[in-house]
Write a protein of this length. Structure first.
Length: 284
């Protein structure tokens, strides 16, 4: 690749317009300000700005002077190579058509998605999402897990007789929560295996139940307390709801445009779908 010094020295190939540009303030520069030229083809500041905006994030962090020099070098090299192309393949024209269509559509999408969403619209979207949804009961429980029903029955009787649940769990439980007294913390529906969850649903806070069998073994369960889950706040969902509203607006706009347009689509079976792999058609 060309170094900056070599790039500046290659005046015979192209003329760098930076000398004139350095005399201009940032306010005087425009997207049409010529940064360099190659055999009469101008490379403009606007082209550099667009190219920089498309760089991967890791390159966005580089110092501006490094990025500037690298982008100038890249565009100069591309122009040098492009100037040698005698016959432009059809695939280039097709690619440019696709790219232009995509960029133009992207501008319209950006306009729609940058439209501010009112608090009233956000509230309506929030209310619609949670309409009819009731808070779920969450549970805080502890358990002692052992291998056999007999051992679980023995432990249940010990605790019913006054043995401390946490101490017994630390001594006897084979589960990973044993060292912490069998504490499982808070959990909601679907977070525990079905037999365990079904047992907890029938219990009152402070109650000890068991033995309860699951695929992990036999449980002696203590329900510490219950609570009703809280719905997420509107503020916590603001970005998500905003995106949802913008997407609905985009869908509505597309439907409106499609209804007003004359659109011809292929008939079923008119094309063999595998034709999209025929790259040779681009060489005609």
């Amino acid at each position: 690749m060309l170094k900056r010094t070599k790039f500046l020295a290659s005046a015979a190939v192209f003329a760098l317009a930076a000398g004139a540009a350095t005399a201009e303030s940032h306010d005087e520069m425009t997207a049409e300000t010529v940064v360099a030229s190659v055999n009469g083809s101008d490379i403009t500041l606007g082209q550099l700005i667009m190219l920089r905006a498309q760089l991967p994030p890791q390159y966005q962090q580089l110092p501006d002077e490094v990025v500037f020099d690298g982008l100038v070098e890249q565009l100069v090299n591309q122009q040098l190579l492009a100037d040698t192309l005698q016959d432009e393949p059809k695939r280039v024209e097709i690619a440019l058509t696709n790219e232009r269509r995509s960029l133009r559509a992207g501008e319209v999408v950006a306009t729609l998605t940058e439209t501010p969403v009112s608090d009233a619209d956000l509230q309506m979207a929030y209310d619609a999402r949670f309409d009819g949804i009731e808070p779920e009961t969450e549970f805080n429980a502890a358990h002692i897990l052992v291998e056999t029903e007999e051992e679980a029955t023995e432990i249940k009787e010990l605790i019913d007789g006054g043995a401390d649940f946490s101490e017994t769990a630390a001594e006897r439980s084979t589960g990973p929560s044993g060292p912490s007294g069998g504490e499982l913390g808070w959990f909601g529906p679907g977070m525990m295996v079905a037999p365990f969850e079904e047992a907890v649903k029938t219990m009152e806070p402070g109650e000890i139940a068991g033995p309860v069998e699951s695929q992990f073994g036999w449980h002696v369960i203590k329900l510490n307390e219950t609570r009703e889950s809280e719905l997420p706040t509107l503020e916590s969902l603001r970005d998500e709801l905003t995106n949802e509203i913008h997407q609905l607006a985009l869908n509505a706009r597309l439907e409106e445009l499609a209804n007003a347009a004359e659109i011809t689509l292929p008939e079923e079976g008119e094309f063999d779908a595998s034709v999209i792999q025929n790259i040779d058609l681009l060489e005609d």
